[in-house]
Write a protein that binds this ligand. Structure first.
Ligand SMILES: *[C@@H]1O[C@H](CO)[C@@H](O)[C@H](O)[C@H]1NC(C)=O
Ligand SMILES: *[C@@H]1O[C@H](CO)[C@@H](O)[C@H](O)[C@H]1NC(C)=O
Ligand SMILES: *[C@@H]1O[C@H](CO)[C@@H](O)[C@H](O)[C@H]1NC(C)=O
Length: 267
């Protein structure tokens, strides 16, 4: 029950703007598809912040970007969402790609159902995206997410511009934005999470037209302008941000135990 409560709270916080607009606006039309990748180390940090007993399910390569979702969106507003309340996520439909999905579209929230992220993404966003023929089934929607990661993985894109995870070196959001723009030729949107006065790189969104051509994310919600650079972000532009490595606390706990044991042993 506790876990369900936390998931609910988490989704309410992260999806509140969507919830507000979808209640008043039932239209299912949209302009763009937002393809959102998440940085697992930051998602994990956020999940543990809610409750220190939380654990994370990390991808095998902990320093790789994973998929959050493909979100149909209207310019200047959020949503549509939940376009077909009777077309609910069915795990049987994604069986053929389940192993792959459980790495690249992984549910980071340890202890919660393997399917909870996929069910949420399909029920909320997939049912809306399904008006487009290439996305008109669960299998197609999730397969398309995997295909997009092969072409647009932020792991590769950022690395090729020398932006790599570090627990010490910080980056400016403009620098990250420009690296992506340099590589893809379009404006992305960059999301941060804040903790103890630090900002952490959390999500990068890139946008596609309804005929699947990459395009600027300009016009989607969250916009700030700095100097002559136009950067779509919720990050604080006057402060550098961390693009952290995943830190497994239990690893440090184990080292600590080992050292304690060695000290005792050598006394
Ligand atoms: C909603 O989904 C169900 C199940 O796939 C389908 O039969 C129905 O036609 C859909 N409704 C709309 C309005 O698309
Ligand atoms: C990925 O790139 C390949 C090769 O450039 C292209 O044929 C394919 O359409 C792309 N797929 C997506 C989903 O963008
Ligand atoms: C952004 O960062 C600057 C510099 O650390 C700080 O003075 C400012 O209050 C921050 N703004 C917000 C909205 O957090």
């Amino acid at each position: 029950m506790e876990t369900i409560k936390y998931i609910t709270i988490f989704y309410i916080i992260t999806c509140l703007p969507y919830a507000i607009t979808t209640n008043t606006q039932r239209a299912t039309k949209f302009d763009l598809l937002i393809y959102t990748q998440q940085w697992p180390a930051t998602t994990c940090k956020e999940w543990k912040k809610n409750d220190p007993s939380h654990t994370c399910s990390m991808p095998k390569n902990v320093d790789s970007w994973t998929i959050h979702g493909i979100w149909p969106t209207k310019l200047g507003s959020m949503g549509p969402a939940f376009c077909n309340r009777t077309w609910l996520f069915d795990p049987e439909k994604i069986r053929p790609i389940e192993n792959q999905l459980s790495q690249v579209w992984i549910n980071i929230f340890g202890g919660t159902s393997l399917y909870s992220l996929w069910a949420h993404e399909w029920n909320k966003h997939g049912t809306c995206a399904a008006v487009l023929e290439p996305l008109n089934s669960e299998l197609k929607y999730f397969s398309f997410g995997i295909d997009l990661l092969q072409n647009f993985s932020m792991t590769n894109i950022l690395q090729s511009e020398n932006i790599v995870p570090s627990n010490t070196k910080e980056y400016s959001v403009v620098e990250i934005n420009n690296a992506i723009k340099q590589k893809l030729g379009v404006d992305p949107a960059i999301e941060c999470k804040k903790e103890n006065g630090e900002s952490y790189l959390a999500e990068i969104r890139i946008c596609f037209t309804k005929d699947f051509k990459i395009t600027n994310c300009d016009g989607i919600m969250t916009r700030k302008v700095v100097d002559y650079h136009s950067v779509l972000t919720n990050c604080n532009l006057s402060k550098k941000i961390l693009y952290p490595h995943y830190k497994d606390k239990s690893f440090y706990v184990q080292i600590y135990k080992l050292i304690s044991w060695l000290q005792w042993f050598t006394l």
